[in-house]
Design a protein around this ligand. Structure first.
Ligand code: ME8
Length: 525
């Protein structure tokens, strides 16, 4: 077997955002979580494929385009350019990008609709009820909250149409069985219980076509009907891999998805409708649905109309992309809602980043500069420098990796920061400035050991923080004089204490996290 084929595969996806508005930080938060996970798995030596894309059909997009006086296609073409710009800005390392207006995607959707019909899972019926354009969701009287959409709180439209229905109800028992047999199919457990509760209440068949919304994919066997935007969008996860197309090599290699990341508002679509479609067409279900909570600004939900926004460009401008990536993964317990406040950011930034991590790097590099003319001492034969770093690191590493696999991103970072602070304390305890005063052999050797231990601690912490703050971590490697691309490294080969031989020349010193001023205006939000 070649090395390539021996690698374990890892396929990860995010929801594909609607292209009706500029991306906000809630959507970017999802990309960050998926990106951290993809980068982590790459460092674990897995053959990783990371997909994201854009949801471009439906009434909401059609209306947005009309309000701007452009065609829907022109409109989404422009929005996608901006989405890709933000992905790049945030260093999102997706391997694939799918657009629901791609001809190949449309072909796959039409093939699947035909297959659903051939399997006797579609029938024509009449739909009369409510429709929420914002969530692109059909709603019954009982589901409305004071006459409005229970999800977004907006006005709903009454619609009456002849539609195709998908026999979702016939999958109820199979779905319950699958979820019960695979307890970690939906993560976290609270979301799994929510889905089981929903399934046990009973499922109704769902309308999957519209005749009044023409900005969509025509139903191949009845072209007056257009695919319901959610059915179209869900299929992206396999159309992007070439499912049912001539070249389906990626589908064969990567499906089923190892992790599908979504927000809690779209749980039913991904935990019920998507698996039922896959069951109907005879395709294996995704392995894990990973459901994150809601990003808020202070106590409030993000809302453009109320002016409560977290703009990814403004956030990047104020704090730097890596600090934003760090903040949202460290501050929020995965699965729970979390909020951004200027004050919380101020504390994390100046505390964790400037004081703990930034200072460790700058003090250590300054001492290597001053006491050893910028050359990192080579690895000493006896690595012990007052503390058994090797054991400490190996224990922290094992615990951290375990936390990561349990989706405890924040706790993972806490572990790595424990190590960073052990190294900070080691500077105080070993007092390199005292050792440097003496020219004796013992002190010289001791100082070499201390400086090596510091450089090695920084290297290892940086390697393990890399998935969260890729660009800063690459710069820290530059500070240590290591010019290798971290993306090409692995935890296995490079994550061991002592894997660094030393002897490198430190780079030009730079302030990694210039301290920020407390924004007193922004204390609450
Ligand atoms: O739902 N906090 O698109 P979308 C956290 N097109 N996550 C948030 C959020 C917030 N404030 N707001 C949105 C759609 N999200 C569909 C998806 S997938 C086949 C089709 C998350 O632009 C949301 O939960 O409304 C979803 O996972 C993603 O951002 C895109 O949301």
């Amino acid at each position: 077997m070649t090395e390539e084929t021996a690698k374990e595969k890892f396929y990860i996806t995010t929801a594909i955002p609607y292209m009706n508005a500029k991306l906000h930080l809630g959507q970017v938060y999802e990309f960050i979580l998926a990106d951290v996970t993809a980068r982590f798995n790459k460092l674990q030596g897995k053959d990783t494929c990371f997909l994201t894309g854009s949801d471009e059909h439906g009434q909401k997009i059609y209306k947005s385009a009309a309000s701007k006086g452009v065609s829907p296609q022109e409109y989404v073409d422009g929005m996608v350019v901006d989405m890709k710009r933000i992905l790049k800005l945030y260093n999102i390392s997706n391997d694939l990008f799918v657009r629901t207006t791609d001809a190949s995607h449309e072909k796959v959707v039409q093939g699947i609709l035909t297959k659903l019909k051939e399997n006797d899972d579609l029938y024509k019926g009449s739909y009369e009820g409510w429709y929420c354009v914002i969530d692109e969701n059909f709603l019954t009287d009982a589901q409305l909250a004071e006459g409005k959409c229970p999800q977004c709180g907006r006005e709903v439209e009454k619609i009456k149409e002849d539609n195709y229905f998908f026999k979702l109800s016939s999958y109820q028992d199979k779905l319950i069985k699958h979820i019960e047999a695979n307890p970690d199919f939906i993560i976290p457990e609270s979301r799994k219980n929510e889905v089981l509760g929903l399934l046990k209440q009973g499922l109704k068949d769902i309308s999957i076509s519209r005749t009044t919304v023409t900005w969509g994919i025509p139903i191949p066997f009845d072209p007056e009907h257009f695919s319901y935007v959610w059915v179209d969008a869900l299929i992206n996860y396999i159309s992007a891999l070439g499912y049912s197309l001539d070249n389906d090599a990626l589908f064969k290699k990567y499906w089923p998805a190892d992790q599908q990341h979504i927000g809690k508002d779209i749980l039913k679509f991904h935990a019920v409708i998507w698996p039922a479609i896959l069951m109907s067409i005879g395709v294996e279900l995704q392995k894990h649905l990973v459901v994150h909570g809601w990003i808020m600004k202070g106590e409030e939900k993000l809302s453009k109309s109320k002016g409560i926004t977290l703009d990814p460009d403004e956030m990047a401008e104020s704090y730097g992309v890596d600090a934003v990536r760090y903040f949202f993964t460290r501050e929020i317990t995965f699965g729970l809602d979390g909020s951004f406040t200027g004050q919380a950011m101020f504390k994390r930034y100046n505390g964790d980043l400037s004081n703990d991590f930034g200072n460790l790097v700058s003090r250590s590099v300054a001492m290597i500069d001053k006491y050893r003319s910028g050359i990192v001492p080579v690895k000493p034969a006896n690595l012990k420098g007052g503390k058994d770093f090797e054991k400490l690191w190996e224990d922290i590493k094992a615990a951290a990796i375990n936390l990561f696999y349990n989706f405890s991103y924040s706790e993972y970072l806490v572990k790595i920061w424990d190590f960073i602070n052990i190294a900070n304390k080691y500077i105080e305890d070993s007092k390199p400035w005292e050792l440097a005063k003496s020219a004796g052999d013992v002190e010289t050797q001791k100082l070499d050991g201390v400086l090596y231990n510091l450089a090695e601690s920084i290297r290892l912490a940086t390697l393990f923080v890399f998935p969260f703050m890729p660009s800063t971590c690459q710069r820290i490697f530059g500070q240590l004089g290591i010019d290798k691309n971290i993306e090409e490294m692995s935890f296995e080969a490079d994550g061991k204490w002592g894997a660094f031989t030393g002897g490198t020349t430190v780079g030009k010193r730079e302030i990694l996290f210039p301290r920020i001023e407390e924004n007193t205006k922004d204390k609450e939000g």
